[in-house]
Design a protein around this ligand. Structure first.
Ligand code: ADP
Ligand code: MG
Length: 698
C-alpha cells in the first residue's frame, strides 16, 4: 500500500477532527504528506543549564527550577507579566506580553518546572520571553533527550491542542505503523556517486535526529532531491524549447546600428553597456531564439541597450517592439527613442490604451506593411488585432509587472517566436533567476553612467518634521523638485487614501507659494498623466504620490524624496522608489520617515536601505528576509515555490550542484528513457507531471 493513499485517520491518535484540521490548516491529506511535513527547527535539549551559566549570546537553552514571584508591570501595550525564576544558582526573569492572566493561572509558585527559551539581557537582568514550560517529571525529561524537532502549527490548530508536540506524536505513530522501508526516490547510482543518505533513513533522521551530524546529512539529501527534481524539470523543458525554436538569426551589424553609434549616440557607452550589447549581439546572431533577462539597477541605462538591440533588428530587416507596464512609462520610452534617433530614417510609433481608434487603424496598417520599424506601447501591444509584418525582437521593460501569460502572447506575433529581451531593475538574485527562468540567459549592467552621485539615504523619525521641512525649503529654493510618497496597501486602502489626501493638504500648507501636485492609482489615466507631465515640466515643484511613480519615470531635476511610513514598504519597492531621484548631476536625498515604533524587520529594512545603494545587495537581503515566495513578481512566475525543505535564499550551493547533476543526467539521456533513469522519470512525473513550466516561456 502506498503511503500517499493511506488516510491520516489510520494513525493512532488521529481522529476525524484532527484529520480535518490537518487538511484545512496544513493541506496534509495523507500519510505521505505527513511524512514530508518537516520540522522548521531543532533544539538541543540534551543539556540542562544552570542559570548562573547563562548569557544573552546563547541560543535556546533549558533550565529547571521554581517560579518564586509573579508581577504585572507597565500599562497598555507595554503591559507584561514578569515571573522570577530560580534554580538556586541565580535568578532569571520569565516574561509574557500576551496571555498574562492565562499564564499566571496556569503555572504555580514553588513547583518544579523545566523552562526552555532564548535568553536576552535587559540591563543587569537576564530574561526569557514567552518560554516553553513543562512540569518537571519523567515525561518531560524524556523529551529533553537529544535534538528535538519543532513543527509549525496554526493558531487554529493550537487552540485545539494541535501543537508541535502533537505533530511529533503523530510522526511517531506513523513510523511505528510502517512495515517496510520507505521506497527510494533517487537512482542508486546517484546515491552512491554523491554519497547521499537513503530516503528511508533521511526521513527518520529529519523527524527524529540521532545527532547533529546525521541530521545534517539527512537534510542535505532531502534538499538535494527537492532541488534536483526542480532543476531536472526546468532544464528538460528548456532543452526542448531550444530544439523547437530556431529563431531569426540577425547576422549583420549594419548601417542603422553603426550610424547611430558613431553619429547619434550622445555619450560614451559604459563598459557594462558595451559588454551586454556584445552578449546580445552574439545571442541574436546565433542559431536559436534569444531569451534573455537584462538586469540593471535603476538608472544604469537599460533603455539605450534596448534601443541599440532594436537597431540590430532593423539592420536585418526585422521590426522590434518595446512594451512597458504603464502608459506614463510607454510615453516616456517613446519620447526617449524618438529623441535619441533624431532624424534617422526609422519610423517609431506609440500604441497605448489612449491611442484613438483612427490612429490605431492607421498604425495597424503600417505595422502590417512594415512601414513602422519600432513600436512602443503598453500591454495594448498584446491584443490580437496588433499584427506585424516581420517582428524579430520583443523588449519587455520592468518585466515583473507583466503576467507570464501576457508575455507569452508576444511569442505568437510571428511564425516563429521573436527574440525576447526582458529588462528589470528589480534584480533577481542569481539563484532565483536560475530557478525561475530555467536557462534564460542573464545579462547584467553592473555600472552606472559616470558622474552620478549616489543618493544619500537618511532615516528620520516623523516627529522631526520641522528640520526636514527647512531642508526641503532650501532644496526648493535652489530650484529642485521633491517627491513625497505615501504607502498604499490594498488591505488598508481607504485609510491610506485618506492619509494621502491629508498629506497633500498638509504639504500645501507647509509650503505656501509652492505648487504641489498629486498622483495616485485611483485617478483617471488622463489626469494621472497630466499631473506627471506638470511635474516633468517643472510646473509643480512637489509631487505627492503613491507608488505609481515607482516605475521608470525620469525627472532629473527631482533631487529629493520623502517616503512616509517607510517601514510599510518592501525593500525592493523602496529601492525602486529611491531610483526616481539621483538621475541628475546634483546630490540627491532619500529620506525614510518612520515612527518610533518599528518592528525588528521594519528596522532592518530601513538599515539596509540606509547602508546600501546596490540593487543586487538589496535583492539578496530581501530574499533572505522574506523568502522567495514573497519577492515581488515571482508569484506570477508560476514556478512552484512550495519547496518543503530547501531554501532558495540559503541553499545556493546545493542548488548549483543539483543543477549541474541534473544537466549531466539530461546530457546523457535527454528523455530519461534509459532503464537506469526509470525511477528518476517516474519521480519527476509524480512531482511535476501536471504542471506547466512557465519558466520556459518567459
Ligand atoms: P534604466 O536602466 O533605469 O532604465 P535609463 O535607461 O532610463 O535607466 O537611463 C538613465 C539615464 O542615464 C538616462 O537619462 C540616460 O540617457 C542616461 N544614460 C544611459 N546610458 C548612459 C551613458 N553611457 N552615459 C551617460 N548617460 C547615460
Ligand atoms: Mg528604465
Amino acid at each position: 500500500m502506498k503511503l500517499s493513499s493511506l488516510e491520516l485517520t489510520y494513525l493512532r491518535g488521529v481522529g476525524t477532527a484532527r484529520a480535518e484540521l490537518l487538511k484545512k490548516e496544513l493541506q496534509i491529506f495523507n500519510q505521505e504528506q505527513m511524512l514530508y511535513y518537516f520540522p522548521y527547527k531543532y533544539i538541543d535539549r540534551s543539556r540542562i543549564y544552570k542559570i548562573s551559566e547563562l548569557n544573552a549570546n546563547m541560543p535556546y537553552v533549558q533550565v529547571s527550577g521554581r517560579i518564586i514571584s509573579f508581577k504585572i508591570i507597565g500599562e497598555g501595550r507595554a503591559k507584561r507579566l514578569s515571573a522570577g525564576f530560580t534554580d538556586g544558582s541565580g535568578l532569571l526573569e520569565l516574561v509574557w506580553f500576551k496571555g498574562l492572566k492565562y499564564t499566571q493561572d496556569r503555572y504555580k509558585l514553588n513547583q518544579e518546572y523545566l523552562v526552555f527559551g532564548r535568553p536576552s539581557q535587559y540591563g543587569t537582568r537576564l530574561s526569557i520571553a514567552h518560554p516553553d514550560i513543562d512540569p518537571l517529571n519523567e515525561q518531560s525529561l524524556a523529551f529533553t533527550r537529544g535534538l528535538q524537532a519543532f513543527y509549525n502549527t496554526t493558531e487554529r490548530m493550537k487552540s485545539s491542542f494541535m501543537n508541535s508536540k502533537a505533530i511529533q506524536k503523530i510522526q511517531i505513530s506513523l513510523f511505528q505503523s510502517l512495515t517496510a522501508p520507505i521506497p527510494e526516490t533517487l537512482p542508486g547510482f546517484l546515491l552512491e556517486k554523491l554519497r547521499l543518505m537513503s530516503l528511508d533513513k533521511s526521513l527518520r533522521e529529519v523527524h527524529f535526529p540521532s545527532d547533529n551530524k546525521s541530521l545534517e546529512k539527512a537534510r542535505y539529501r532531502l534538499k538535494f532531491e527537492e532541488l534536483f527534481y526542480l532543476q531536472l524539470h526546468i532544464l528538460r523543458y528548456a532543452r526542448k524549447r531550444d530544439k523547437k525554436f530556431k529563431g531569426y538569426p540577425f547576422t549583420r551589424i549594419g548601417d542603422y546600428f553603426n550610424t547611430f553609434y558613431h553619429k547619434y549616440l550622445p555619450f560614451e557607452l559604459t563598459d557594462a553597456q558595451k559588454r551586454v550589447l556584445k552578449e546580445i549581439r552574439i545571442n541574436v546572431g546565433g542559431q536559436s531564439q534569444m531569451n534573455r533577462l537584462l538586469q540593471g539597477d535603476v538608472g544604469s541605462g537599460k533603455t539605450l541597450v534596448a534601443l541599440m538591440s532594436m537597431l540590430m533588428a532593423a539592420d536585418n530587416g526585422y521590426q522590434a517592439c518595446m512594451m512597458a507596464p504603464t502608459e506614463i512609462l510607454a510615453n516616456q520610452h517613446y519620447a526617449t527613442l524618438c529623441g535619441l534617433l533624431g532624424d534617422m530614417p526609422l519610423k517609431v510609433a506609440l500604441l497605448t490604451g489612449s491611442t484613438r481608434k483612427k490612429e490605431r487603424e492607421i498604425l495597424h496598417r503600417e505595422l502590417v506593411s512594415g512601414e513602422i520599424h519600432f513600436l512602443v506601447g503598453t500591454h495594448a501591444l498584446i491584443e490580437d488585432t496588433v499584427q506585424f509584418s516581420n517582428l524579430g525582437l520583443v523588449i519587455i521593460d520592468e518585466q515583473h509587472r507583466f503576467g507570464v501569460v501576457q508575455r507569452s502572447k508576444l511569442w505568437t506575433k510571428n511564425t516563429m517566436p521573436p527574440h525576447v529581451l526582458v529588462m528589470t531593475a528589480t534584480p533577481i538574485p542569481r539563484t532565483l533567476a536560475m530557478t525561475v527562468y530555467g536557462d534564460l540567459e542573464v545579462s547584467v549592467i553592473d555600472e552606472l553612467p559616470p558622474g552620478r552621485k549616489p543618493v544619500q539615504t537618511l532615516h528620520r523619525y516623523d516627529n522631526k518634521l520641522a528640520a526636514l521641512y527647512a531642508f526641503m525649503r532650501k532644496e526648493l529654493k535652489a530650484g529642485r523638485q521633491i517627491y513625497v510618497v505615501y504607502p498604499l496597501i490594498e488591505e488598508s486602502e481607504k485609510m491610506d487614501y485618506k492619509n494621502l489626501q491629508d498629506g497633500y493638504q498638509h504639504i500645501c500648507e507647509a509650503f505656501p507659494g509652492i505648487k504641489v501636485g498629486m498622483v495616485h492609482g485611483k485617478m483617471k489615466s488622463a489626469d494621472k498623466d497630466e499631473q506627471m507631465l506638470r511635474f516633468v515640466k517643472g510646473e509643480t515643484r512637489i509631487l505627492v504620490a503613491t507608488t505609481v511613480i515607482e516605475v521608470g519615470v525620469d525627472v532629473s531635476n527631482a533631487s529629493m524624496m520623502l517616503i512616509q511610513n517607510a517601514e510599510r514598504f518592501g525593500l525592493s519597492q523602496l529601492h525602486q522608489l529611491r531610483g526616481r531621484v539621483g538621475r541628475g548631476a546634483d546630490q540627491s536625498y532619500c529620506v525614510l520617515l518612520t515612527s518610533y515604533k518599528l518592528s525588528d524587520e521594519g528596522r532592518k529594512r530601513i538599515e539596509i536601505m540606509v547602508s546600501s545603494n546596490d540593487g543586487f545587495e538589496i535583492a539578496e537581503a530581501d530574499l533572505k528576509m522574506r523568502g522567495p515566495g514573497d519577492l515581488e513578481g515571482l508569484q506570477q512566475s508560476g514556478v512552484p515555490f512550495d519547496l518543503k525543505i530547501a531554501d532558495l535564499g540559503k541553499d545556493v550551493q546545493i542548488l548549483e550542484y543539483a543543477r549541474q547533476i541534473a544537466g549531466e543526467c539530461l546530457e546523457k539521456d535527454p528523455d530519461l528513457s534509459l532503464p537506469e533513469n526509470a525511477l528518476m522519470a517516474e519521480e519527476l512525473k509524480k512531482r511535476y507531471g501536471k504542471k506547466i513550466n512557465w519558466g520556459a516561456i518567459s
